[in-house]
Design a protein around this ligand. Sequence first.
Ligand SMILES: *[C@@H]1O[C@H](CO)[C@@H](O)[C@H](O)[C@H]1NC(C)=O
Length: 236
Amino acid sequence: MAATVGRICGARLLKNYGTVGPQVCQLSTNAQGWTKNRKMWLSTLGVVGGGVGALLFALEQSVKASGSEAHPPHQPWSHDGWYKSFDHASVRRGYEVYKQVCKACHSLQYIAFRNLVNVTHTEEEAKAEAAEVMIKDGPDEEGNYFERPGKLSDYLPSPYPNENAARAANNGAYPPDLSLICSGRKGGEDYIFALLTGYMDAPAGVILREGQNYNPYFPGGAISMAQVLFDEVSWL
Ligand SMILES: *[C@@H]1O[C@H](CO)[C@@H](O)[C@H](O)[C@H]1NC(C)=O
């Protein structure tokens, strides 16, 4: 990414320090090893370069089997290590990216607006964020449900009313809730980062169904989510 793009990941938000983009993905292989043919094939394409930025394209014939996905490289997050702290500017950008991009399909249903206070926003700003959305409330004294502006105690509204509606709108795929996605995926935020920046053309032999995309970090490689982040494209 040319500009650092912070990304939301539930309450933990991400920072991209590097220049890892779709074209330069350093993938490590968890496969049983390279075949001679594959090495040659890679050399022919000129993608075996020296150094850290080299593209190692790990694909086994068993790419569709679970466990064959590429291992996400570890990113130097500011919240790692002895002096853990979030990069608040990045975390805040992550929230904006969630709002403008991810939110169209992914809920954050276990996150309340109060959870934003002192994480992405000041209390006043979080109140203003909450007030931007209309929350269904009720029943009132006459038994009616009504809508009112959100408060800090309200949870972030979900893009779909339920899982069936979400699947119906997404070719049968269910965009997972992102509230706990970092703990829910092996590799945590490294996985999220690798996934978001790891889209590439499907290698020969991999058949994608209509609407599917290829991402070596996704188990099986065929992912319904389209690439949403692009190099040189700034959302903010
Ligand atoms: C947010 O930070 C301010 C200033 O440090 C503090 O007064 C306030 O109690 C904090 N609020 C929460 C919910 O942590």
